[in-house]
Design a binder for this molecule. Structure first.
Ligand SMILES: NC(=O)c1ccc[n+]([C@@H]2O[C@H](COP(=O)([O-])OP(=O)(O)OC[C@H]3O[C@@H](n4cnc5c(N)ncnc54)[C@H](O)[C@@H]3O)[C@@H](O)[C@H]2O)c1
Length: 151
């Protein structure tokens, strides 16, 4: 399935970052937030990050301008139903998502939270520790909760 346009709800840290990645890849983006200031802040953040990429010589100015132009801002509150539908259509199950991130990452996060707060609710589950110790880190190692090895 080829995707030519995506919609992103929220132009904050995550939303502007997702918009940036898509726009660099040539995908048109409709970036929605609750008001014009939030939308502009999100698009400005993309431009500012891409300026640094240009400065490092990893992108030309016309490429940067084309990427920023692909992002069209709009306003309007996403309803609870909109947000729920987006999650249902766009998100993986939590275990597949953990495999995609890499199981060592949530393990490290849980260990830091546990060490810092000393609260047992942050104790990483034994199975997560076992999988990481065995090198089953998820997609990047070919096996995590699920197997990604080709037959
Ligand atoms: N920042 C991270 O590293 C990170 C990592 C993983 C997941 N997340 C999750 O991603 C989500 C966004 O995080 P963020 O860091 O980008 O937050 P953020 O505060 O930077 O941005 C959120 C944006 O969403 C907008 N927004 C809120 N309700 C809205 C609505 N009903 N309609 C339209 N826009 C709305 C806000 O105005 C804001 O601009 C959160 O659920 C967060 O837990 C964040």
């Amino acid at each position: 399935m080829s995707v030519s346009t995506i919609g992103v709800i929220g132009a904050g840290v995550m939303g502007s970052g997702i918009a940036q990645v898509a726009a660099i890849k040539g995908i048109d983006v409709i970036l929605l937030d609750v008001n014009e200031t939030a939308v502009k802040t999100g698009i400005d953040a993309v431009e500012s990050r891409l300026n640094r990429v240009v400065t490092k010589g990893n992108m030309t100015v016309p490429q940067k301008e084309a990427a920023v132009r692909r992002i069209k801002g709009t306003t309007g509150y996403a309803s609870a139903e909109d947000i729920d539908k987006g999650m249902k259509l766009g998100c993986k199950g939590p275990l597949a998502l953990a495999d995609m991130i890499g199981l060592d990452v949530p393990l490290a996060v849980m260990q830091i939270l546990h060490d810092e707060f000393g609260d047992s609710k942050y104790r990483p589950c034994p199975l997560l520790k076992e999988l990481v110790a065995a090198g089953h880190l998820g997609r990047k190692s070919g096996r995590g909760v699920f197997s990604y090895q080709k037959n």
